[in-house]
Design a protein around this ligand. Structure first.
Ligand code: GLY
Ligand code: MN
Ligand code: MN
Length: 456
């Protein structure tokens, strides 16, 4: 299903050109991501570079965008040309001859001509002696042919005097999502939420973690999502305390909690959901106690998601509840403010509550700026999307009552900022403990009245 229009990408290129023009002009070069080999003659599934996609809508490998910001702006797309032999193996490509008209670039050239054409562009259209690239990728991407070519240009072309970083300008644009992005992200969130809901009904004690992983991936793909937006985490029992557990190879036991952190990627946009539920359909009292602390923390953090609050406000709101909960359960002792101030909760809550989400699951955009060494957290604005994902992870330890050992709980939703409130775009999967229990027991035919099931 198509959710983006070609003119939207063109509009973004024009905004970027305008910004560079305001800085005096220059030539912008954005290569697409490289392809990577898994082993002999066998590639990993290709994923385009997010910035490249954001400005083009083009998803074929071996491609590059060049934009001229000057008296006369120009846009160039370099891509694969039509070639029957290559297309026999890798499938049809647009070909440079028609790609420019479809994707609304002024010109397009075969990628093999990049070296020659870029030196002409620099010779004829360079203003302000500046080229704009993503410097981090330029430095890191040692074996990227386009970056190699740019390095050669920089070495040999005296005209290039300034190499400027493009990243902040694009990151700032990507931080606020437009309507087409929001629409796509809501669809991705809906697919992921339905797949999580299905998992609650599907899960049985005695299954292997990978059976849940494959079931959720099946549902993502069945609904048209192209990929997962990160490696799915299906962590049962003590594995739930390993934050990036992706082995997903253990048998699910009676009494285990299962933490599932999985989201699909739809039309290049990510979704990100975590639910934690009891394998046998019923939380034990200690599991329920910790679950409800995390849920309260999530609720408080979501309440803080509104314009004029800043990025750190939801985290502080969550911390306040998490630490109070740990004190109430005697897992921590001491003074709440002092524990928060000195990060003494980190043993149980080592990560932060939020990240931006968009084309990348951990999306670009600054979290704070520094002025006179003082941290100013980014203000939340309409059209921003972030996750709210508090958690508690309790590893075995002498000082902690052993009924809490190996309980790992995270609850994660994706949130759209909307003025004085926000929208939970992943809300179609239950989060309250009793709703989760009802759904799981309903699907095991143990109960017949489940409000959430009836609503579906
Ligand atoms: N799934 C990655 C994260 O929650 O940040
Ligand atoms: Mn996340
Ligand atoms: Mn996640």
């Amino acid at each position: 299903m198509k959710t983006m229009s070609v003119t939207q990408f063109q509009k973004r290129r024009n905004i970027l050109i305008k910004k560079i023009n305001e800085l005096g002009g220059g030539i912008i070069i954005i290569p697409n991501a490289k392809e990577f080999y898994r082993n002999n003659g066998n590639k990993f599934q290709y994923r385009h570079d997010s910035n490249f996609y954001y400005l083009s809508g083009f998803t074929e490998p071996n491609s590059c965008i060049v934009l001229v910001a000057g008296k006369q702006s120009k846009s160039f797309l370099f891509c694969l040309s039509k070639n029957k032999d290559n297309e026999l193996w890798d499938g049809e490509v647009y070909g440079n001859e028609i790609a420019s008209s479809i994707f609304k670039f002024d010109y397009s050239y075969p990628i093999e001509k990049f070296d020659v054409v870029i030196s002409e562009i620099i010779k004829n259209h360079m203003s302000n002696n500046s080229i704009y690239i993503e410097i981090n990728k330029y430095i890191e991407d040692q074996k990227h042919e386009i970056f190699d070519s740019i390095k050669e240009q920089i070495k040999t072309t005296k005209k290039i005097k300034n190499i400027c970083d493009l990243s902040d300008l694009i990151n700032e644009m990507r931080l606020i999502k437009d309507n087409s992005e929001i629409k796509t992200m809501k669809l991705a969130a809906q697919i992921s939420a339905e797949a999580h809901l299905d998992l609650l009904k599907y899960c049985k004690v005695g299954m292997y973690e990978y059976e849940l992983e494959s079931r959720i991936c099946y549902n993502f793909r069945k609904q048209g999502a192209q990929a997962t937006s990160y490696n799915s985490i299906v962590a049962s029992g003590k594995n739930s305390c390993t934050l990036h557990y992706i082995k997903n190879n253990q048998k699910i036991k009676d009494g285990d909690l299962i933490l599932v952190d999985a989201g699909c990627e739809l039309n290049s946009y990510a979704s990100d959901i975590t639910r934690t539920f009891p394998a046998n359909g019923k939380f034990s009292p200690p599991q329920l106690a910790i679950y409800n602390i995390v849920l309260e923390a999530q609720k408080a953090a979501i309440y803080a998601c509104r314009t004029n609050n800043n990025f750190n406000d939801p985290h502080q709101a969550a911390l306040n509840i998490l630490v109070q909960g740990l004190l109430d359960e005697k897992i921590l002792v001491g003074n709440k403010d002092e524990i928060i101030e000195n990060h003494k909760y980190k043993q149980f809550y080592p990560h932060s509550t939020s990240h931006w989400i968009g084309l990348d699951v951990h999306d670009v955009g600054s979290y704070y700026s520094l002025e006179d060494n003082i941290k100013h957290w980014t203000k939340l604005k309409n059209g921003m999307l972030l996750t709210i994902e508090p958690g508690l992870y309790i590893k075995p330890s002498q000082n902690i009552p052993n009924h809490f050992w190996n309980i790992g709980i995270r609850i994660e939703d994706t949130i759209l900022i909307k003025g004085n409130t926000c929208e939970i775009i992943t809300k179609n999967v239950p989060v309250k403990a009793h709703e989760i229990e009802e759904i799981m027991q309903f699907s095991n035919n143990k109960i017949i009245n489940c409000d959430f099931c009836k609503k579906q």
